[in-house]
Design a protein around this ligand. Structure first.
Ligand SMILES: C[S@@+](CC[C@H](N)C(=O)[O-])C[C@H]1O[C@@H](n2cnc3c(N)ncnc32)[C@H](O)[C@@H]1O
Length: 264
């Protein structure tokens, strides 16, 4: 890839320069130098959901890193000669230290995230930045939440996204989900394997007095072998895999607010 091509990719993706003091600041397009490390999203499950920009970043990388499931999706794009650093939950910190060392040695590194890192990906981003010792720019991907919104035909305006797939205290997020449903909004929720899965989310909501009548869908392996279960909060008692995502619909869909149809 030529320097000119790289500059075009940087400009299109809006790769930003870090502030002088290391804090994040308003996006300023970088017009000199080259990216050394970048975090990029890989749409769920299939190359059809990968943007051209991220594909180009992968093709131009010396080091491509990410969780095994994500690396598998982009394997056909990996450039010959690129080093691949795969990782799992247990060894991610040590592996990211290796990636950071390659980055500090001047190699172009792309760290791949599942879906869009701005939904349920910030703890991993924090680990990348901690390993590097500085902020790292992000290029969004297509989220499993977006694919679910398309499959379930719900619009973002009337839907709140929540993830329980995070380390730490879930209580504020659980409380927020109750408020979301009380506000007559849909919720798209990522469960936490394995202690707060769809059946646990349903049981917890029922215990908070939420109506068992909310329509619920749980989708597994979106874009791979899509499988959907449909029922209600009250009947959501079965087990699902860790590749599942949940849609809890508002009890009453919002009425249309567009102009009435013209009279015949
Ligand atoms: C750490 S979260 C990352 C989510 C990702 N950032 C996104 O935007 O989709 C991982 C969880 O997302 C959900 N997920 C990701 N891809 C999925 C898919 N293809 N089908 C269903 N759920 C998926 C699963 O609940 C999985 O355990």
């Amino acid at each position: 890839m030529t320097e000119r091509e790289r500059a075009q990719i940087r400009a299109r993706l809006g790769i930003i320069a870090p502030c002088p003091d290391g804090a994040r600041c308003a996006p300023v397009l970088v017009d000199t130098g080259d990216f050394m490390i970048i975090c990029a999203g890989v749409g769920p499950g299939h190359l059809d959901f990968l943007t051209h920009g991220v594909a180009e970043l992968i093709r131009g990388a010396d080091i491509v890193a990410g969780f095994d499931a994500v690396i598998e999706v982009v394997r056909p794009l990996l450039p010959q000669g690129a080093r691949v650093v795969t990782m799992g939950y247990q060894d991610q910190v040590a592996r990211l230290d290796r990636v950071a060392a390659e980055h500090h040695a001047g190699r172009r590194c792309v760290v791949l995230f599942m879906g869009d890192m701005h939904f349920s990906g910030f703890q991993y981003l924090e680990r990348v930045e901690r390993a590097c010792g500085h902020p790292v720019d992000t290029v969004p991907g297509i989220s499993s939440a977006q694919v679910l919104a398309a499959r379930g035909k719900v619009c973002f305006d009337e839907t709140t996204f929540l993830t329980f797939h995070r380390r730490g205290d879930l209580e504020p997020f659980k409380r927020h989900l109750v408020h979301v449903l009380a506000d007559q909004r849909n919720a798209i929720a990522i469960p936490r394997p394995w202690d707060f899965m769809p059946k646990d989310i349903a049981a917890w909501l029922l215990a908070q007095g939420v109506s068992p009548g909310h329509p619920v869908e749980v989708w597994e392996n979106l874009t791979l072998a899509d499988a959907a279960w449909r029922g209600t909060l009250g009947s959501c008692t079965q087990a699902f895999s860790d590749m599942s995502i949940m849609l809890i619909r508002a009890l009453a869909p919002m009425p249309s607010q567009i102009e009435p149809p013209p009279h015949p």
